[in-house]
Structure formats: C-alpha cells, structure tokens
Design a protein around this ligand. Structure first.
Ligand code: TA6
Length: 304
C-alpha cells in the first residue's frame, strides 16, 4: 500500500490505485472501515461509504469514466464557473482535467489533519488552459475522511500574481437517496433563489421544507452554512456544513431531462439529488497573491 497523503492516525490509510483507464485514484480509509475514493480525473470524489460499506453518493450506471467527460455522479468540482457562459465549457474545466497529488501543500490548521485520512491534490493551468482562461491560479484541494466518517473538502484557490480574476464555484454533490419522493431539504426556507427553469428569474422560497414533485434546478442565495437533506425512507439525514460558499444549488433532472441525457438511466433521477455548496450569485474576485478558501463537510446521521 503506497502511503502518499496524510494519515496522522496510523490506522487511517491512504492508498493510490488506478482505474480502468489507468488514471490514479486515491482511496481514503478510516479505522472503522469507512472509505472515500478520489479520482485524479477532475479531483472528483467518486465514492463515500459508511463503515458498513453503504454508498452515500450517487453514480450513474451510465457514467462515462473517460476524460474529458465529467463522471455523472460523486462530487464534480465546478471551477472557474458554474453554468455555461462565454467560451468556457459547462461548469468550467477543473472537473475535466487531470490533477496531481500535491506532495508539499502549504499547511492547513491541525484539525484538518489530526486523526484523518487525507489527500492533497493540485491543479495548475497548462499553456493550453491559459489560452482559454488567461489567469494564473493554483487550486489546492484537500479531501479528508475523519474517524467519524465525515467527508471534508477544502478548496484553496490562489491568484499567482497574475492580473485580478473572478470565478464562480460549486461542489456539485450527487447524494444517493432512496426515492426523490421521500426526501426533503431543510435550511432553505424563506431564501431567495434563481430558477434555472424560468430564465434564472428570482423567487422566494416558502416557509417550509423543500420537497420534490418535478424537475428542480435552482440556486438558493445567501443560505445559512448548515443544510439538511432528510431521506425518510432510509431514515438518514445528510448534513452539509459549508464555509465560504454562500449559495446552494438544488438539482434533480426528473424524467424528461434524464431520458435526454446519455449518461444517466431513465429512472435514475429517483435515486439522486444534487445539493451543492456553491459561490455563484457573487463571483469570487482575487487580486494578485490573494487566496480564497471554500470548505464543505458532509456527514450522515440516522434520523427517525
Ligand atoms: O444547476 C445544476 C446544473 O447546471 C443543471 O442545469 C444541469 O446542467 C446540471 O448542473 C448538470 O450539469 P452537467 O454539466 O454535469 O451535466
């Protein structure tokens, strides 16, 4: 077992393997048997499992695991844009690039390492990339799995003394759910949102939990930093704790759009829900030398 990332608790483990396309994947294991799998294709978390081996993230049975396509599922990193404006591809290029393992990252604070299995990944623009998006950045991503099974992702994006630039960002998180009719989201009540199904028109959410009866594609704005996704059937709740990510994307393609997408099964919309920590409404602007940090911690708790 090659030990590459951090695992200050010796029983926590970090292992580098290869996928069927020969692309490195990093498996993080905690002492109780929980695990997470991160691909260097896109810096994308592809799996997050409980200590009982239960998969918590959705991956489509028709996902395409070959660059430059982004794998349909897990947690794609959307940078330097969320959405499809201008010359950049939909949701930016970061999720379609091959990242490298960062052997010598600038230190994070202790509680981001102690007792955790973690890996540090790095994305820097190639000469090609700079032609498309002419900004010199360094994007450092730490993915960690704690002894309690929580999954944390910390993105540090720095302007490497180029000219000022702005970006939008999302951890495009596909949660695995029992059935979309059994799920509700709490923490978005009374917020304004932009509705992608109505030309990004602005609406205000009502005062009760969000449930699902049809396609939803919304950016909730300036939310609190804790969002809960209740799965009544599985009697479990996903808790999203975020920092530096004021907005929340909520997306379910429903039946018609799923049938139109090649990399998702016609009925699979029933078993996935995207709830993304994001910074969209107010893009992040970095002056030369400045760094932004966006952090999300995912946990799952049993609920009645
Ligand atoms: O708001 C979420 C969204 O932008 C949807 O419109 C849908 O396009 C989804 O992201 C998935 O995007 P992708 O590029 O991964 O197919």
């Amino acid at each position: 077992m090659k030990h590459t990332g951090g695992a200050s608790d010796q029983r926590a483990a970090v292992e580098v393997t290869k996928d069927k396309n020969g692309i490195d994947q990093v498996v993080l294991r905690n002492p109780h048997g929980a695990s997470a799998r991160v691909s260097l294709h896109g810096g994308q978390v592809l799996s997050w499992r409980t200590e009982r081996g239960e998969e918590l993230l959705f991956t489509s049975s028709k996902a395409i695991f070959k660059p430059p396509a982004a794998v349909r599922g897990g947690i794609p990193i959307c940078f330097p844009q969320f959405g499809n404006r201008g010359t950049l591809e939909q949701h930016g290029f970061a999720r379609n690039k091959i990242w490298v393992i960062d052997e010598n990252p600038p230190p994070l604070n202790r509680n981001d390492s102690n007792g955790k299995a973690y890996i540090d990944l790095l994305l820097k623009p190639s000469e090609e990339d700079l032609k498309i998006w002419p900004h010199s950045f360094e994007f450092r991503l730490r993915v960690s799995l704690a002894a309690d099974g929580n999954l944390t992702m910390i993105s540090r994006i720095r302007n490497i003394n180029g000219k000022q630039f702005s970006f939008s960002f999302a951890y495009h998180t596909y949660f695995s759910i029992s059935d979309i009719s059994e799920v509700r989201i709490e923490g978005l009540e009374t917020l304004d949102y932009l509705d992608n199904l109505c030309h990004k028109e602005r609406f205000t959410e009502q005062g009760d939990a969000l449930t699902f009866e049809s396609e939803v594609d919304r950016f909730y704005l300036s939310s609190s930093d804790v969002i809960a996704v209740f799965d009544h059937e599985k009697k479990r709740t996903f808790v999203i704790q975020k920092e530096g990510l004021p907005d929340v994307v909520v997306w379910n393609p429903w039946e018609k759009k799923s049938k139109a997408m090649v990399d998702i099964g016609d009925e699979e919309y029933k078993h996935m829900l995207c709830v993304d920590g994001a910074a969209i409404e107010k893009p992040i602007t970095l002056r030369p030398g400045e760094e932004w940090t966006g952090r999300v911690e995912l946990s799952v708790v049993l609920s009645s």
